[in-house]
Design a protein around this ligand. Structure first.
Ligand SMILES: [Zn+2]
Length: 216
């Protein structure tokens, strides 16, 4: 299976043409060292051979863990409207038909931002349900009045789930907040009662999903 592609990219700074090797498929069981590289952003970069300018190249990228059975597809265009969303989901389902099976039950996601890909990996690596995590984030943020910006799951400490909070476009977290594991379990149960969807179809599990589950 070809996992890398070579692309010719003109430097955004000096327009020199560079050949860049880009990963578009990450099968983490085959290339375990790529996880760290994803997190420190040392793959899919352009470093211009002429002027040294560095920038990240955003191409559709998938991350598959065939042992823990989760699959995340990063695509850069957020679908506008239900019709476009359905089309995208169908397209991704068709593309991955031979890879995904029932063992991936409810752990197949599409995300639209690089940081969302990293967060989903953190969530599934911790053995958590991202639907409940999104629910917890909404409840905590409402309570803490953190309405602008975004919260991201960062890890587990004892009986607490730790989240980082970023203001708008900031890359560094400005604060963090925590949620008791017991609350997570409660939210998970609440959502499980409402969300009966199973299987290995792609889903968008984000703030909009959580609002639909908890606020209606
Ligand atoms: Zn350059």
């Amino acid at each position: 299976m070809i996992q890398q592609i070579i692309k010719k990219i003109n430097c955004p700074n000096c327009t020199t043409e560079n050949e860049v090797i880009l990963w578009e498929k990450i099968n983490i069981n085959m290339n375990p060292d790529l996880k760290e590289k994803l997190f420190d952003e040392s793959i899919n970069n352009l470093e211009c051979k002429n002027c040294g300018y560095k920038s990240r190249i955003d191409i559709p990228l998938y991350y598959n863990d065939a042992k823990k059975h989760y699959f995340i597809y990063l695509v850069s265009d957020f679908p506008v409207g239900k019709e476009e969303e359905d089309k995208l989901i169908k397209n991704l389902n068709d593309k991955t038909m031979t890879i995904l099976n029932q063992e991936y039950n409810n752990k197949v996601r599409v995300v639209f931002e690089y940081y969302n890909l990293l967060e989903k990996i953190n969530i599934f690596e911790a053995g958590l349900d991202d639907r409940a995590i999104e629910g917890c984030k909404i409840l905590a943020r409402t309570q803490l009045k953190l309405l602008e910006g975004r919260g991201a799951f960062a890890g587990i400490e004892g009986d607490k789930l730790i989240f980082n909070f970023f203001e708008k476009e900031d890359k560094e977290a400005v604060k963090s907040f925590e949620i008791p594991k017991a609350m997570y379990e409660e939210v998970k149960q609440l959502i499980a009662n409402k969300d009966k969807e199973n299987g290995h179809s792609f889903r968008i599990i984000d703030v909009k999903y959580a609002v639909g589950m908890l606020m209606n």
